[in-house]
Design a protein. Sequence first.
Length: 467
Amino acid sequence: PVEVKKIVCIGAGYVGGPTCSVIAFKCPHIQVTIVDLNQARIDAWNDPEFNLPIYEPGLVDVVKACRGRNLFFSTEVDKGIAEADLIFVSVNTPTKKSGLGAGFAADLNYIELATRRIAEVSTSSKIVVEKSTVPCRTAESMRTILEANAKPGCNFDILSNPEFLAEGTAIEDLFAPDRVLIGSLQSASGKSACESLANVYANWIPRDRILSVGLWSSELSKLAANAMLAQRISSINALSAVCESTGANIDEVAYAIGKDSRLGSKFLKASVGFGGSCFQKDILNLVYLCESLHLPAVAKYWHAVVEMNEHQKDRFSKKVVDTMFNTITGKKIAVLGFAFKKDTGDTRESAAITLVNHFRAERAHVSIYDPEVTESTIMLDLTNYGEIPAESVQKNVKVAKTAEDACYGSNAVVIATEWDEFKTLDWQKIYDSMDKPAFVFDGRLILDREALIKIGFKVTTIGTGAI
Ligand code: NAD
Ligand code: UDX
């Protein structure tokens, strides 16, 4: 196998940035360059004060340790490609907005453009690694593009190496992954390329956690893993509705079923609905794949996971309105948390966006607080990236600097993200500052319900019926 000395990563986002920073950190003998077309993003990665473009616990320390040593961030995409022996393609693959498969299929335009660039500027053989999440058999399209445009003497081996990190725990996940998956063609050169990449990871990951499989299994495993994970959340959320109508308690049910070692206790936390850039997109992508393969029953099965998630968000919003005497018009609602989960500033597909849109439609006044999400991001999300005039959103939405400020004078507090700091707020002080009756809606099951009731709050928690 080729010994990898120079790596370039195309795409300096939530995946490319942390993943390749950790490779540089763990492999001081390898030069790692992360490139992106987005100048502002690269500038932020190079910021002298280390105000990096993404918030991820532990990331700053990793970048501090190796930026300028063997880790570089640049917009010189062509130069990065030309110099590298191994290229990670870590560009975005969002759901298509128009055309064939709109609303379901992955938009592979960024993958194709990056692949064409690789073919165009490469003057030596390369190992090209799909890091982005892609539909099954995308590697074949990449191979066709590369082979049709390659310079003489340049060979390309394509690997699939999907990323399983979760945001908020990316560095932890990258330091000690459950597994690293590498898919390759089962040809001699495919297997050798797989070995080259495995040798990079073996610098810090035990060999028995580095799995080699066929290309198509690797591509499909990524979609399958996300579909199975999201399915657990939709299952527990579906059961939370049953709990609310029966007096059963969803945390107790999750505890009881999670003790079965065949089920396991993780990923059984009921919530206001899953968000994030991956689950919905990847399941819809799988649904589209199943439809294309003429497997409508299979497509319908996986689609139900996304439908249940939409139902959960709608159900929660409706519960807020119903509980507050069937109207929230003119009432002030504090929304605590806007990120799709704690420990990230990412808001992609966050349930909070849907909730705030529902509250706005009911003409409530909403005040939002999140420790990591900036006001400009919140406005982009609520204006649907400029589609809705900012003034119309600003009329009934304010962004607060602290949780207490957001709650001051409100009729209700809604917990949309499970940030730890919300557990230790001075809830008595918040109660005193609110209009009465003061409502709390815990969409993340993180607050001490009994303690809040004792203070005087009217508490509604997902998956808990009237006691
Ligand atoms: P992102 O949008 O944060 O980053 C992608 C970056 O690629 C952007 O900065 C964009 O400017 C850049 N880019 C696009 N085309 C380019 C080109 N031709 N040349 C150079 N740069 C280009 O996306 P992300 O969240 O990092 O996700 C990347 C991929 O990883 C997706 O396929 C996603 O499904 C997958 N993934 C994401 C996560 C996650 O938690 N976010 C986890 C696992 C896998
Ligand atoms: C997910 C996968 O976990 C990861 O392996 C993959 O690489 C990318 O997609 P991510 O979206 O970053 O990661 O976060 P994750 O922790 O999976 O949470 C996704 C959503 O599900 C969040 O909104 C979270 O709050 C919600 N969730 C998670 C629940 O509602 N209940 C749970 O028990 C777990």
